[in-house]
Each structure stands twice: as structure tokens, then as C-alpha cells.
Write a protein that binds this ligand. Structure first.
Ligand SMILES: [Zn+2]
Ligand SMILES: [Zn+2]
Ligand SMILES: [Zn+2]
Length: 328
């Protein structure tokens, strides 16, 4: 290494250092720092055997010591600035109970409170969804929501979900509460509350006041409808069935051994229930409640909810396997 090489190196170090101390970008800062430390390491090795360049090296080393202390404080600053500029973490979703506490409309609190009770008369079940033809009319689709049995008949209501901003409110329900109270008390019935707060877990005070989805909420709700097991389309059902033929054969074999033996195959849990698992019919947690397990797809469902589902359907809520004929 010649004298002019050392001079070039010193000016290179000085330029990089200048750029490094001027940047606010953490990634760029770290890259420049790496580059600079590597250059200095190489210079140190190259200059070690040149007695006559010792003075220049000592100058460089002095620079290096100053550089290292400056880089440490600059690094702390640039990291702190980046942390301050980053968006805050998303807030922890509130519970239905938090939502109720933050509402001012007393009439709206009641149907939401009923969602948190597990009394038979307050239990709601999602039983179906029919999408409207795209581009025609104001309706996105219609949900079927079931309630408890009254006077020998299970309550069943249709909840219409409207296209974004098509109507002053995003939903309409066929129940008497909606007909007689919604406009009068400026509230939504428990069936609509069930779809929004329980199924979609949209717990936004703004929605329960305006009764109108924002564009983001509308899209989030559409994604939930798209992905819900209960609304699985034909292609997904066939895919699941194809991968689950073995389970079906086992259940069918057991069925020939008698009804109780066949029923036992639904009680064997092949997929452990976790705290996050939600029942696809009542949208409540699965833990600590009796569950059945589909012999075809191994998914779990509340026993009580599956029996409600089987009043109107003959196939699995998840995979549409007809193995459930063995349960009834
Ligand atoms: Zn209703
Ligand atoms: Zn359930
Ligand atoms: Zn299944």
C-alpha cells in the first residue's frame, strides 16, 4: 500500500462517516457501519507492515476512536427515531363486554348482553348463507339465524346483508324485534348483533351507533363469510372429502356394528380442542363443552349445535360428508 492509497482510504472513511451520521434510515445506517468497519479492518492489516506510513495510520486510528464513539450515539438516535415513527401496534380487540360498556344507547346494550349468556332461550345458531347474484339489487346475501324452540318450533330468521352504502343500515332482520324496535329505539336486534359481534368479531362502537359498516368492515365481513366452514363452496367440500376417505371408511365399518358403536366414532376426538377453537355454528369457544368429531374431516363441533344443524341438514358442517347420517 502506497502513501496515496492511504490518503484515498482516509478520505473514503471520512465520506462514508459523513453519510452515515447524516442518515435517518436504520437499514442504511447499519449497512454503512458494516462497510466502514470492514474497510478499517482491511486498512489496519495492510498498514501493519509499513513503518513509514505509521503516522497516517495513527491519524486514522484517532479518527476511528472518535468515529466509534460518535457511531454509538448516532446508532441509538437513529433507532429511537425509527421506533417513534413506526405505527403503534394495533389495539387489543375489546370484548363484547367492553363494547357494551362503551355504548351510550341503552336499548342496544340488551341484545348484545344476550349474546354473552348461554341460556337456551338466548342461544343463536348460524345455519346458512345465500349470496345474491353479483351486481343485482342492494343485497349481498341472506343469512339464516336460528334460535331456540318455542311452542314446538325453532325460531328461524333471515338477516339480509346490504351492499356497501346501499341502505342507511348494513343489515335487516325478519324478526319482530327488528320490525318493531330497531327504528324506534335506534338499535339492532340480537340476530344482527350475533353476526357482527360474535361471528365477525367486529366490536366497533362506531358501527353499533351508525349501524353502517365502513368500507374496511364491509371487506372484513366479506372475507369472514368467504372463509367460514359453514359456507364452504362445492369445490372445497370435494377437496376435503377426497383427503378424508379413510376416516369415512372406518366410520362406515363401525356403523355396521350397531348404532351406539357408530355414534362412538363421533365421540373420539382426533383433533384436540384448543382455547382458540370456535364452533362454526354458535361461534362460541369449544373448550369445556361436549363436542363431536367428524369421522371424515376430524373437525370438532359442539354436540348441541350439531344436533340443531342436523335438524335441517344431513351432512357435515365443515366437509359436507354424509357420514353424519350415522349419528342420527
Ligand atoms: Zn333479528
Ligand atoms: Zn356451538
Ligand atoms: Zn366433516
Amino acid at each position: 500500500m502506497e502513501r496515496h492509497d492511504v490518503e484515498t482510504l482516509v478520505s473514503l472513511v471520512s465520506r462514508t462517516q459523513h453519510e452515515l451520521l447524516g442518515t435517518q434510515d436504520v437499514t442504511r445506517f447499519m449497512a454503512l457501519k458494516e462497510e466502514l468497519l470492514e474497510t478499517l479492518e482491511q486498512a489496519k492489516t495492510a498498514l501493519a507492515h509499513h513503518e513509514e506510513l505509521a503516522n497516517l495510520w495513527r491519524g486514522l486510528e484517532l479518527n476511528l476512536t472518535m468515529f466509534q464513539s460518535r457511531i454509538r450515539s448516532a446508532e441509538a438516535d437513529v433507532i429511537a427515531a425509527a421506533a417513534a415513527a413506526a405505527p403503534p401496534p394495533p389495539p387489543i380487540p375489546p370484548t363484547i363486554s367492553d363494547l357494551i360498556d362503551s355504548l351510550t344507547n341503552e336499548a342496544q346494550k340488551l341484545p348484545l348482553r344476550r349474546l354473552m349468556m348461554r341460556h337456551a332461550e338466548d342461544q343463536l345458531y348460524l345455519a346458512g348463507y345465500e349470496a345474491a347474484s353479483p351486481g343485482r339489487g342492494d343485497v349481498e346475501g341472506t343469512f339464516t339465524v336460528l334460535g331456540s324452540v318455542r311452542k314446538g318450533t325453532r325460531e328461524s330468521y333471515n338477516v339480509k346483508w346490504y351492499r356497501l352504502n346501499a341502505k342507511p343500515t348494513s343489515f335487516w332482520c325478519s324478526c319482530p324485534d327488528h320490525k318493531f324496535n330497531s327504528a324506534k329505539k335506534n338499535m339492532m336486534c340480537k340476530h344482527i348483533c350475533f353476526l357482527v359481534a360474535r361471528v365477525a368479531r367486529i366490536l366497533d362502537t362506531g358501527f353499533f351507533e351508525s349501524k353502517q359498516f365502513t368500507a374496511e368492515q364491509h371487506a372484513a365481513f366479506a372475507a369472514i363469510v368467504q372463509n367460514a366452514a359453514i359456507f364452504a363452496d362445492g369445490s372445497r367440500e370435494r377437496e376435503r372429502l377426497a383427503t378424508a376417505a379413510a376416516g369415512y371408511a372406518a366410520a362406515a365399518a363401525a356403523a355396521t356394528a350397531g348404532l351406539e358403536a357408530a355414534r362412538d366414532t363421533f365421540r373420539v376426538c382426533r383433533k384436540p380442542v384448543t382455547a382458540e377453537d370456535m364452533c362454526p355454528i354458535c361461534y362460541d369457544v369449544m373448550e369445556d363443552t361436549e363436542c363431536l368429531n367428524c369421522p371424515t374431516c376430524s373437525n370438532n363441533v359442539h354436540r348441541e349445535c350439531m344436533e340443531v344443524w342436523l335438524e335441517r341438514n344431513s351432512t357435515c358442517v365443515y366437509c359436507r360428508s354424509d357420514v353424519w347420517r350415522r349419528w342420527r
